[in-house]
Design a protein around this ligand. Sequence first.
Ligand SMILES: [Zn+2]
Length: 346
Amino acid sequence: MTLHSILRGHPRVVDALLSGELQGTGHHAYLFTGPVGVGKRTTAFALFAFVNCRSEERLTARRACGVCRSCVRIERLLADDTVDAPPDLLWLRPEGRQIKIAQVRKLLTVVPYPPIESRVRVVVVDPADRLGDEAANALLKTLEEPPRSTRFVLITSRPANVLTTIRSRCQRMRFGHLPDDAVREVLLAQNVPADVASQVAPLAEGSVSSALALIDDPVVAARGELIDRLLSIVSRDTVATFAFAQTLAELGGNLPTALTFLSQVHRQALLARVGVAGSYEAPARRLASGLSPESLMRRIDVIEETRTALTEFNVNPRVAVERLALVLTAGPGEEQAVIVARPRAR
Ligand SMILES: [Zn+2]
């Protein structure tokens, strides 16, 4: 199930939230920060589910039951975010480009009163970096003197864009990337075929939204072909090496994805080479049989250097991938030598 896969992926955040609620030491306003697509909003909804679950079991099991009326409504909302949220879950989203002052004013007319049908009202501001200054300032006073039965959850992947005065009134909860198996479980719950889910989950860097975007990415479909082609190049075959570089360069905007799976297969090979038990795909096993751990680490470093050079320093992609292709097709232990020697294409 989506909810529990995501919660298992963020054990420290979830434990802190539950302990705060159960021991009465919880904060009234949280700032959830972390990458896009890792489950921050889902966790905010889960907080609502937990504090309002009608089953007594929630106290011992430390989780919402999933079957009471309150839980069922949250499950429905998680499956389809166009259905109405429960009346005590106030979900503030941008109307147009920003969350507007009028939306916050409307919220402030409700918040002083007790929740309508739940123990605790939860106000989710998502994303908090889209609060206009006026709207943020209007919210500030309520964050300073919050009603007892209300929790605020402000969500952002760009905390620097949230007013300092707002940030300072919230307890920050840092979300990391989800583990690959959690991403895979969430995809399966969303009816993605198992083979596709297994293929894209390790490429998604812990983000469900990245994984969903990758499903439609043509370069993902060509992954096996690209890796097989790399492995077929005999070292010092300069023509084949530069043709491979050209193929990479022609990927354009898809190049970062290709770098991710080149990195992934070399990391798998490294694990296999140093004897970590696991089921490795054939190309990883082949790389592991021909290269030392040092060679594999050097290759992984150069893949990551290439990624950084392309994304942060805006270097000429052609030059960057030629250097990369030379390293990835070098003989065992010759990675450093090809960088220094820089053979020419013609
Ligand atoms: Zn329940």
